[in-house]
Design a protein around this ligand. Structure first.
Ligand code: PHE
Length: 445
């Protein structure tokens, strides 16, 4: 893998992390004091020095796009639930979770970059917006459910472009097996049936071993059981992918659906995998999965069992299935968007006219404490809302004499619903500049 980071572009998954942690800011310096409480989903929460939820983020809580039956995300959720029809489906968990639930219970190391204030949204040091649906694994397993799905909105601070938005939706799925010989024999038979079914279909799968030295079974697992469970996970997901994409995105005999499995690393599964689908000439990552770390099942008081779990990104899949070109569209309230979708059906999105973009640059000297790109992007998002389409660092240099560093970002403003006037864009841009000065003490050049 070229970028061995959790923030692999354009990933939405927690991937292998590297020495980058050391360079990440753990705190966001702010000169403005936040109010003593913040209102989220109708309740007041105390703030502290870690608070970094912005009003543009808190306004997204409770929108629950995945629950709207005629919204592409709701339709996709429903399709996945229909495919795994004997799984119990959950979709009403609160996005406010403790860092313990989101990270500690899943074995995230203390220096994992996902924990930092630059990467996640904190209400205060004891409460955050979940960054992935895996945050609910322990509590769902603890209910004793043996096969389940859970869909939800998740929140991550990130860059701004057509495929990144600080709120997106994931669907977690898991299945628990008894670890005894009978159950493993049944699983072996089920695997043979699934595999025979897939063999007849127009799908080309590049695979990796179910377990290997670099993607090992867990110490407490019988390696043969681990292998059977990993194989079942792969077969189950290949069937889902076939159900979602097969025949829809130009798959034909001459041009079959291509799927590739890649070894991955997650703190809460081993062996672990990612899946990519070949679409319009590119490999797109759509999910992460693996054999659940036994620690999770033990925390949930599930005995003598072994489990697989996956987490898939709904926006990523919906953008492919519906040909939706910009992730902001999912949040559109424009009837020209919303009326195009029908429950249970997938047909390509018909773009309405694309309005002209308007780009503006902002160049500034960095403050001594630095400025993380995600802090910059959140500030722009807060000033511009969904009128910001793209943010790119276009220039960076350090003055040889003063040793000060200057950065120049190009911000592309564009509305998806109407023409933006130059005056409007100027006013938003002026607000970006003044927030940069007051919140981060930067000097505009
Ligand atoms: N929660 C992981 C992520 O968002 C995906 C995942 C889910 C991986 C379940 C393994 C098992 O990156």
């Amino acid at each position: 893998m070229v970028f061995p980071l959790w923030r692999v572009r354009p990933s939405h998954l927690y991937l292998r992390c590297s020495g980058i942690h050391a360079r990440r800011c753990l705190s966001t310096p702010r000169s403005t004091l936040s109010p003593p409480t913040v209102n989220l989903l109708g309740a007041e929460y105390p703030t502290d020095t870690t608070t970094n939820v912005t009003s543009s983020i808190s306004s997204k809580l409770g929108r629950n796009l995945h629950l709207q039956s005629a919204h592409p995300l709701g339709i996709l959720r429903h399709l996945v639930e229909s495919h795994f029809h004997d799984f119990t489906a959950f979709s009403q968990f609160s996005p406010l979770v403790t860092p313990a639930k989101n990270f500690d219970d899943l074995g995230f190391p203390l220096d994992h970059p996902g924990r930092s204030l630059t990467d996640s949204y904190y209400v205060n040091r004891d409460l955050m917006l979940r960054t992935h649906t895996s945050a609910h694994e322990v509590e769902v397993f603890a209910q004793g459910v043996r096969a389940w799905l859970l869909s939800a909105d998740v929140y991550r601070r990130d860059e701004i472009d057509a495929s990144h938005y600080p709120v997106f939706h994931q669907m977690e799925g898991a299945r628990v097996f008894s670890g005894n010989a009978n159950s493993m024999r049944d699983l072996e038979e089920e695997n043979e049936n699934l595999s025979a079914h897939l063999a007849q279909k127009n799908i080309v799968i590049e695979d990796v071993p179910h377990v290997s030295e670099t993607n090992p079974p867990q110490a407490g697992h019988d390696p043969r059981h681990s292998e059977l469970v990993a194989r079942n996970l792969k077969l189950s997901l290949n069937s889902l992918i076939l159900a979602l994409f097969g025949g829809r995105v130009g798959a034909s005999e001459a041009n079959p659906l291509r799927v590739r499995w890649i070894e991955a690393y997650f703190p809460f599964t081993s062996p672990s995998f990612e899946v990519e689908v070949f679409f319009h000439g590119k490999w797109l990552e759509i999910l992460g999965c693996g054999v659940v770390q036994q620690r999770t099942l033990i925390s949930a008081s599930v005995q003598d069992s072994i489990s697989w779990a996956f987490g898939l990104g709904l926006e990523r899949i919906a953008m492919i299935l519906y040909s939706i070109p910009d992730i902001r569209l999912f949040w559109s309230q424009d009837p020209r968007f919303l009326t195009q979708f029908t429950p249970g059906q997938i047909h390509p999105f018909k773009p309405y006219s694309k309005y002209p973009p308007c780009h503006k640059d902002v160049a500034f000297w960095l403050p001594d404490s630095g400025l993380h790109e995600n802090d910059f992007c959140d500030l722009v998002r807060d000033a511009a809302g969904d009128l910001v389409e793209d943010v790119k660092l276009i220039d960076k240099f350090t003055h040889p004499k003063t040793n000060r560093t200057s950065q120049c970002y190009r911000i592309n403003y564009r509305s998806m619903d109407r023409s933006l006037t130059n005056e409007e864009a100027n006013a938003i841009h002026a607000s970006v500049e003044s927030r940069l000065k007051s919140n981060f003490g930067v000097e505009i050049r």
